[in-house]
Write a protein that binds this ligand. Sequence first.
Ligand SMILES: Cc1cc2nc3c(=O)[nH]c(=O)nc-3n(C[C@H](O)[C@H](O)[C@H](O)COP(=O)(O)OP(=O)(O)OC[C@H]3O[C@@H](n4cnc5c(N)ncnc54)[C@H](O)[C@@H]3O)c2cc1C
Length: 421
Amino acid sequence: MHQHRVIIVGAGLGGLTLAHGLRARGFDVAVYERDPHPDARPQGYRVQLDEPGLAGLESCLPEHLFRLGLATAAAPPARVSVRDRHLGVLTDRPTGPSSDASDGAARPHRSYAFNRPTLRQILLFGLADTVHYGAELLSWERKQDGTVTARFADGHEASADLLVGADGVGSKVRELLLPQAVVEDAGLRLIYGKIPLDGPAVAAEARASGPEANGSTAALPPWVFDSIFTVVTGGQGHPHVGFGPVRFAHSPGLAGPAHTPAVPLDSVGDYIACLVGAPADHPDMPSFSTLRGLGGPALRELAGRLVGDDWHPDVHRLLERWDPDSLFPLRISTARPVPPWEAGPVTLLGDAIHAMSPVLAMGANTAIRDAAELTRTLTEAADSETPLVDAVRVYELRMREYAFPVVAASRRTGRQRIGQK
Ligand SMILES: Cc1cc2nc3c(=O)[nH]c(=O)nc-3n(C[C@H](O)[C@H](O)[C@H](O)COP(=O)(O)OP(=O)(O)OC[C@H]3O[C@@H](n4cnc5c(N)ncnc54)[C@H](O)[C@@H]3O)c2cc1C
């Protein structure tokens, strides 16, 4: 049987999940990533995966890596709370839909808060010969014989039966495939960072809280641990603050090496992922280019100004513990739905086609779901020896049906809760 060659552009969560899924099913896979190496830039902190993402990982990853992923993730109560700036509860809801599978032993919790760098390290395990770093795709071209050739910034070329653009919100693959696709600035700026839960300041506060103090979290307001994510909102058009606790059941630095086979994972302490967001046109919010030029202390100071004195003191206390070195700014984008296009040897997944605001925590979930859907349709085509383009057509039809409604729901919720345009 012909071994199909697949090029995946982008080693993000979607691209790496697809690489595992296809490799396990006998495809010849090569991933090309622009970054010079895996640690070339901050990858962010926490990523929450619910049913679509967990099911996608489970179907694509080798079982032992999936188990290690869950073992090194945190599982705070699977609820998302929205509070006003005085901490009155506005809504408090369970996270996305559960499934029969999530009631089983493989996935005891319906939602997990992964440390994103740890998840990426797990996804990269076993792919050393598959992922090529320092490979920025510049262009691709369809050949007469139905294959596609990709060109990279270093002059390298590669050909395959299928090229998958998993290259994120600024996708070069999309730009060439669907020049009509529009990705809009969602009018939202974020300052994102970590509140460490095991640093010296926290330990000192815990000691000061007395003998019953429970380790690193004793001095922190308990409500921050009651939900997998809490949004504290200043109201429409005003800033908001988000808190997502990541307390590992098993420390990645210990669980990885103890795993069989051993998976080297960096040590990371418990933390709360914390972001302060505001509309781009908020009077205190500078332009994004200015924001990008600010260092950690200046970003923290700006966040302090955005969150006014009349916010609950707990919020200020938490923000005081933000690690300034962990802070970086983000601009949020959202895709407009793209009308159907003709299927071919080039397709897209994840943020490359359906970027969305993070308010519902569904971007990575949907990127991983895409990887699982595409793995399934391509495998069926390969098994039945039908052309891959038929599988691409089925995948694109389904992906447009489930993904763009999630983009729209994220936009609606973003408008209601956090001042998205
Ligand atoms: C603050 C924040 C919090 C979030 N939290 C959550 C959450 O809790 N849950 C959730 O589901 N989603 C969350 N998201 C959304 C999630 O991060 C994204 O949807 C997800 O990372 C998309 O994955 P991807 O693989 O499609 O793209 P990416 O992760 O963006 O990966 C794309 C990769 O392609 C590479 N690349 C780009 N261009 C090229 C090129 N020309 N050649 C080669 N390589 C290239 C990039 O370097 C990158 O490595 C959050 C987003 C933000 C901003």
